[in-house]
Design a protein around this ligand. Structure first.
Ligand SMILES: Cc1cc2nc3c(=O)[nH]c(=O)nc-3n(C[C@H](O)[C@H](O)[C@H](O)COP(=O)(O)OP(=O)(O)OC[C@H]3O[C@@H](n4cnc5c(N)ncnc54)[C@H](O)[C@@H]3O)c2cc1C
Length: 451
């Protein structure tokens, strides 16, 4: 067993942990990072396939108002490219296929008005939610007592628009609308500008991709301090008294003055705290379930759908192919169609054998793009609910009653332990940018108490 003495110990080497480490390095502080996995990156993971194409099985896109991550893109000289967004998008509804352009599918005028008004209402409501304290809004209790699903049922009147709105919700939260509190949904939309930005490519969260992937960029950021990162070390126990915090894994004991824990809230419950966490924090971490999402990648020699005039984007009312994007690899030009399976569909789909999943995805794609869609050179899918050190994605979602009763405990330090991670972010909560913000904020807290 190795014993390490340092000033600050960071738990987790995802975007939040690496952001905290980067800032501490810049401030000339002594620190180590303890990471459970055999790699850094957490919910980002860039993989190079046998055919040479690079894919992000975790987070991949960045949006124009995500300023922290853009700064890293520039600092690391990472090349970016726009998500392919030209040509016809496909809407498949009750087995009828039509095409459209832009973010909102071409539907009948009544449903279109219904959908537009609902997005408008959410955008207006969300702007009122204070990002630093959503629970302080005068109607916080009211908003936190109903699910987003209840709001949809009360405020929308056409079946089609409700269904499309719910597909948007699944895409943004990787959860069903009945799993999320309205207050959480409003906070999340405001945190990421508004609902339109969250669902859009142009000027939205899906606008830009990184050459070499998001995990690739993080490795560049972490290069100057990689010797301070202890991989393969799941933290099991945190003990503290008035002078010291001790973080233990099976292989190392780290003695420090301060600790920054960057795990998603629900994973904090896998660590034994001595003394135990304050009761409100302990209750909070029992109540922030991770969403469920699966990414299925179909790789082709070329993005053949482009020459047929398609963008590669599909919206459909039937799983598994409900939402797709063209994520063609800019380095090899291999055509990459990315199929998202989210919420309960993801939980069901991952239980099928891989060969069946592949067959189901391809037979759906053939319906839209013809037999050429069968000619994949590689298939890869990934479900994040199976990951021991994530347990789901894209982030933790708050069900009803959680933000108002427990929200204050999200960022509240416990003795020497400070809490970061995208779930604690104010801007771009749930995204890589929010994770960076949270790591920087936790460092500011720690340095203030140390001085
Ligand atoms: C499929 C998918 C698609 C996504 N798409 C996007 C996107 O396009 N754009 C975007 O901005 N965001 C996206 N996200 C969300 C984004 O990945 C996260 O917001 C961000 O990576 C969170 O970073 P974090 O550091 O807060 O948490 P994490 O990345 O979860 O980091 C926490 C770290 O703690 C480690 N850990 C866990 N338990 C322990 C333990 N006991 N001891 C030590 N270490 C531990 C984990 O291994 C992990 O490395 C996506 C996520 C997924 C999975």
């Amino acid at each position: 067993m190795e014993t390490i003495q340092t000033d600050i110990v960071i738990i987790g080497a995802g975007y939040a942990g690496i952001a905290a480490a980067k800032k501490l390095l810049e401030k000339g502080k002594d620190f180590v990072v303890v990471e459970a996995r055999d790699r850094i990156g957490g919910r980002t993971h860039t993989q190079t396939l046998d055919c040479g194409a690079t894919i992000d099985v975790g987070a991949q896109w960045i949006g124009p108002t995500q300023h922290h991550i853009w700064k890293w893109v520039k600092e690391t000289n990472t090349e970016t490219y726009d998500t392919y967004d030209s040509g016809k998008n496909i809407l498949s509804w009750k087995n009828k296929i039509s095409t459209y352009k832009g973010t909102i599918p071409k539907i009948d005028p009544i449903s279109l008005i219904d959908l537009g008004l609902a997005i408008d209402k959410i955008n207006k409501l969300c702007k009122q939610i204070p990002l630093e304290a959503p629970w302080s809004h005068p109607k916080a209790k009211e908003f936190d007592s109903i699910t987003l699903h209840s709001w949809i049922e009360k405020n929308m009147f056409t079946k089609k628009a409700k269904h499309l709105f719910n597909i948007g919700v699944e895409t943004v939260f990787a959860a069903e609308s009945h799993e999320i509190s309205l207050l959480h949904a409003l906070f999340y939309c405001h945190s990421g500008d508004n609902m339109e930005a969250l669902i859009s490519i142009a000027n939205g969260a899906q606008q830009t991709l990184l050459k070499g992937g998001t995990h690739g960029m993080l490795q560049k950021v972490a290069l100057p301090f990689q010797d301070k990162i202890y991989l393969n070390n799941p933290v099991l126990k945190i003990t503290q008294d008035e002078n010291i915090v001790v973080v233990e894994t099976e292989n190392v004991i780290v003695k420090a003055k301060k600790c920054i824990a960057t795990l998603p809230p629900t994973l904090l419950s896998t660590i034994k705290f001595h003394p135990i966490l304050p009761q409100r924090k302990a209750q909070l971490i029992q109540r922030v379930p991770m969403g469920a999402a699966m990414k299925c990648f179909c790789i082709y020699d070329t993005p053949f759908w482009r020459k047929l005039g398609f963008s590669g984007q599909i919206v459909s009312d039937t799983s598994p192919v409900k939402v797709t994007f063209d994520c063609t690899d800019a380095v090899t030009d291999k055509g990459v169609l990315l199929v998202f399976v989210e919420g309960n569909n993801a939980r069901n789909f991952i239980e099928l054998p891989e060969a069946v999943r592949k067959e189901k995805v391809l037979s759906e794609l053939v319906k839209y793009f013809g037999n050429e869609a069968k000619n994949i050179i590689e298939y890869k899918d990934k479900c994040w609910t199976e990951e021991e050190f994530s347990r789901g994605c894209y982030a933790g979602n708050m069900p009803t009653g959680v933000l108002t009763q427990f929200g204050k405990s999200l960022r509240e330090p416990f003795m020497h332990v400070h809490f970061a991670g995208t779930e604690t972010a104010m801007r771009w909560n749930g995204y890589m940018d929010g994770a960076i913000e949270s790591g920087f904020r936790a460092v500011d807290e720690v340095l203030k108490t140390l001085s």
